[in-house]
Ligand binder design. Structure first.
Ligand code: AMP
Ligand code: MG
Length: 495
């Protein structure tokens, strides 16, 4: 690879590095021996300002594998702490990641360009700083699927193989994921400084976070309490979104919770097939701390940890600060619950709020749980049921009469909302996807890439997931649940 500096066309900004001294270390990625572009999100790249007309695939691969100087580049690794499965780790940080810098995208949004798998950093601890092609493509697929499902998320910009083999369960191709986020400020970033008693640094970060994410709070009297409130709203909205899609994040440690309210870190996550409120996929989550139905409560627990960091900024009197922060943290439950209810109501085609709606939804979920009904398929089938075709919904139950009993109550409830059945069904199909990243399909795609260098299944699955709500001819197999012999699905952290 030549030593020349490649002109990406990007105009980097470095507000984090410039304004937050002590929050990072400058760092270079490893030089990949043979960087190769596996996938580029061209539309996203263009919106960020990449000069795609003048950049070869080789240039892009070299740029986004991390080991090459970028014009106006200033790569850094960020420091953070975090509660991992409830226990506090005072020093985590980007152990295999680099923030190349920020760009202002076509919409005027400040966006981090970030690499994962680019080599060891000061924060690597025992890790090798690398990522395998499987997990990189997994994060690519899941992030883009979530984006298409209208869930706030980091997004995949590119996947590059490095030409190295790395040691995991045997040797696998090394790879780097380039991803973008509206920032990488985590709860854990606050915790790092808070735990060291560095209130000035916490304030610096809070002011930065407010300016970047919640500028309307600037110059308000209680801006730090306001920050807590806004972050709580963003997290409540996010987790309610996950719950409406059957998504289990799997590692809701405070270092994986963003101030922006975007989903981050697609490691041990998965979508539920047969509905189980206790679903856990992560190989290490033995107690089910991050099980599907715990996610709202965990988000609140995490918010309390964030609140603790802000206490010295919220009020001089510590009792007063605790009182004010507790009100916000306690308020999370109602906020989350009402967002969950609003979203679930839409899935059932309800257009108003009635006292019995919560019961109606929970009754359906109970039925789904006791019959292990496919979460995505059932909600999608409800629009057909609205239009008088029960066949798909009924087929999901061993004993369809249990569904039909529930349906009678549902149909009666629908009469309260004056909307045509066609309109209702159409609206439901905009929130009940037909195509989600099915675990068995994700695994097939990753295995083909990892074992045979075959990216076809990944490309095909990605194309399906980019339009999750629109049923298309020839894609029936992408809407199916896991085959019977797929077994219990296990996913992994730090891969
Ligand atoms: P995660 O489970 O991906 O959120 O990672 C938790 C922490 O471990 C983060 O600080 C990562 O940067 C770090 N980490 C994960 N994998 C590696 C690796 N292969 N090498 C170095 N650090 C890693
Ligand atoms: Mg993480």
């Amino acid at each position: 690879m030549s030593e020349q500096v490649i002109n990406s066309g990007l105009t980097f900004d470095h507000s984090y590095a410039e304004q937050l001294n002590g929050f990072y270390v400058p760092c270079l990625g490893d030089k990949a021996p043979q960087p190769q572009l596996v996938k580029l999100n061209r539309e996203l790249a263009t919106s960020l300002g990449f000069d795609l007309e003048n950049l070869s695939d080789h240039d892009i691969a070299a740029l986004l594998s991390g080991g090459i100087a970028l014009e106006n580049g200033n790569p850094i690794s960020q420091v953070y702490a975090g509660h991992q499965f409830g226990g506090f780790s005072p020093q985590l940080g980007d152990g295999r990641a680099l923030l190349l810098g920020e760009v202002i995208d076509v919409n005027g949004q400040r966006t981090d360009i970030h690499l994962k798998g680019s080599g060891r950093t000061q924060f690597s601890r025992g890790g090798d700083g690398k990522a395998g092609i499987g997990p990189v493509l997994r994060e690519y697929l899941l992030g883009e699927a979530m984006h298409a499902l209208n869930v706030p998320t980091t997004r995949a910009l590119a996947a590059v193989t490095t030409g190295e083999q790395i040691m995991r369960d045997g040797l696998v191709p090394g790879a780097v994921l380039a991803r973008v986020a509206s920032s990488h400020i985590r709860f854990g970033t606050f915790q790092f400084f808070s735990a060291r008693g560095e209130t000035d640094q916490v304030k610096l970060l809070a002011d930065y976070a407010i300016a970047r994410h919640y500028p309307a709070l600037k110059n308000t009297d209680d801006c730090y309490l306001g920050l807590l409130r806004e972050v709580g709203h963003a997290q409540a909205a996010l987790v309610a979104n996950w719950m409406q899609l059957g998504f289990v994040h799997g590692v809701m440690n405070t270092d994986n919770m963003t101030i922006s309210g975007e989903t981050i870190d697609y490691g041990p996550c998965a979508f539920i097939d047969g509905y189980d409120p206790d679903a856990v996929f992560s190989s290490i989550d033995l107690q089910g701390r991050y099980a599907f139905s715990n996610q709202g409560g965990i988000a609140q627990w995490n918010l309390a940890r964030f609140a603790e960091c802000l206490l010295p900024l919220i009020a001089d009197d510590s009792d007063e600060a605790v009182k004010l922060a507790s009100e916000v943290v306690n308020g999370f439950s109602d906020d989350y619950q009402s967002r969950w209810l609003a979203g679930m109501s839409k899935k059932l085609g309800l257009t108003s709020n009635q006292a019995q709606d919560s019961q109606l939804i929970n009754d359906l979920l109970d039925l789904m749980a006791s019959n292990k009904v496919d979460f995505t398929q059932l909600f999608r089938a409800l629009a057909d049921a609205v239009l008088g075709d029960n066949s798909k919904a009924n087929a999901l139950f061993n004993d369809p009469s249990v569904f039909e009993q529930w349906q009678a109550t549902w149909q009666e409830r629908l009469l309260a909302d004056e909307v045509s059945q066609q309109q209702r069904a159409k609206a439901m199909n905009k929130v009940n996807p037909i195509y989600i990243p099915r675990n068995h399909l994700v695994e097939q795609a990753l295995k083909a890439a990892e074992n045979n260098g075959d990216y076809g299944p990944f490309e095909q699955l990605l194309a399906v997931l980019e339009r999750p709500f629109k049923q298309r001819a020839g894609l029936d197999q992408y809407a199916l649940g896991a085959p019977a012999d797929f077994g219990r699905y296990k996913t992994f952290c730090g891969t």
